[in-house]
Design a protein around this ligand. Sequence first.
Ligand code: ADP
Length: 616
Amino acid sequence: MKNKKNRRSLITDIGLILRGYRVLYEVCPQNIIWATINAVAQQFAPYFTLFLSAELINRLMAGASLRVLLLLALATVTGQLLLNVAMHLLSQKAEETRSINFNLNELYMLKVGCRMQYKHLEDPDTALLRQQIRNFSNFGGNGLSRLYWCYQSLLSAMVNIIFSVSLTMSLFRTVSHGNLTGFLAFVNHPLSALVLLALIGLNIGAEIISIYRLEPKRTKLWSSFSLRFSRCLWYAELNSDAIVLGAAKLCIERCRQTLVDFDKECLRKNFTIAAKRSGISRAMETVTNLALYLYIGAKAYIGTFGVGNFFLYTGTVERFLRAVSDFGSSLSQLRQNNDYLLELYRYLDLPDEMYHGTLSVEKREDNKFEIEFRNVSFRYPGSDTYALKNVSFKFRVGERLAFVGMNGSGKTTFVKLLCRLYDPTEGQILLKGIDISKYNYDEYVRLFSVVFQDYFTFDFSLGENVSAKQDYDADKVWSCLKKIGIEEKFAQMERGLETPLGTGYQNDGVEISGGEKQKVALARALYKDSPYIILDEPTAALDPIAEAEVYSKFNEIVGDKTAIYISHRLSSCRLADKILVFHQGEIIQQGSHEQLVADAAGKYHELWNAQAQYYT
Ligand code: ADP
């Protein structure tokens, strides 16, 4: 965050805050409604007591009957009791923030899972931004959660101001008709009310000046610290170099150092600024308080109102001044929070540049979804070298394909384009002769079951792992596990499909081996039952024999589906109907194993010979 952000205009600041509240309301409307009711009720209660108590004293002084006095006392006590119970219940509702935190996290997750383009997901800058937003939120309660808390305090202050102003109106209106001189005459004159109002105005002015002059300095200190800290934390947590090369310790040390620096540099300065800010506010508040008490005392002295009202006015005036100060500090927090909101909006506004067509993908039982790559070239965003170069290929439905080639030759990129994680830089991918971008995205991606290299199993139940659903078809899950060849292992388990895999989520889960996890991931691909099945080196944790076993089974079970198998182990690929050899982003050879291996000058022959020794 740069310094110039601290020089935003008032209009921009208000716009940022309003947008934040819009998002917050979309994310957790219930909480906002409860917070509103709570704030109003909490502020109403003390005024209720003040008003009725003043009334009681006034009537007592005016010699009202015992019955009236008792009734009033009873109403005050009962009302107070009922209000206390209601307030307790309401504050519990309003402070039920678990759902807010969950919903806010859901907002980040949804951005990740549903609305964020794949290129942003792969982008380390985006990952850093997401990490920062979480840090801001976790370490300082900033961002949308700050908006929530400020909402309660702002609303409380506003309600307080409205109640206190309406109850003190009569203080300025009532005058004595006696013969007064000097100070008492001045107090009885409307001009004195104007002087007091001016003093209150000054109070508010001091609050605003401190928000706009002093607060930005504090914000600058906090932001620069937060940014440095979250960067170190990010390096320590997520950068694989930090783990592999043992630099994690260095990063953690840096985090610690940043905290020490912060204590040294920032806390002291921050303290001075905060002291100045609260010093100015408090001084103004004390002067105004004194003037108001003097005014109320003098007016009571000259007999403009009774003892009851004296208590009412002193009580409300005190609450009024506190509300003005609370209002100011909430505003200042909101303004400071805008720096964090800007980061959040930057993340939420990451554009989805992908064209989303509306054409429906025809539903077919026969799985005849013909896809063609036509002169497709692709460069990753920000890269000037082509990962795929002028690739043309037409899938024959039901064909079993194997992609081979050295690392970085473009095999995975081909799959990413096929599944529309990226759009081609040049050329077209067509489904039934129509560009795939014209189709409804969700319907199009349903055509593919992919197991990527970095497949994942959850610590949830076996059934949920295979189906990726809470509500799954048990028979179908068992049939997929059977096809993959691990049905027996799980059938022995007491809880069958309910067995949690791993103990991370439930203590009583079972640990399974890497190979078994991979098979579960494969079963998941089968459960999805898409017309295209793609395995991108999903068997890396298996030894060559186990891999060949999976592959031969897989060959059996794909049935009439179109299958793509990517592997470094060429022996596993040789049963494919067709092998595509990738080299530097191009498909340089295609054919059956026998055809390709016979071409002594070809790349496949070279790759095969390099590996054959392991498998013979
Ligand atoms: P393979 O699957 O054959 O190992 P890839 O398709 O993963 O190869 O990679 C093809 C080329 O694209 C490589 O040069 C690789 O470095 C590059 N590449 C892959 N992913 C990205 C990415 N997210 N950003 C930039 N370049 C990438």
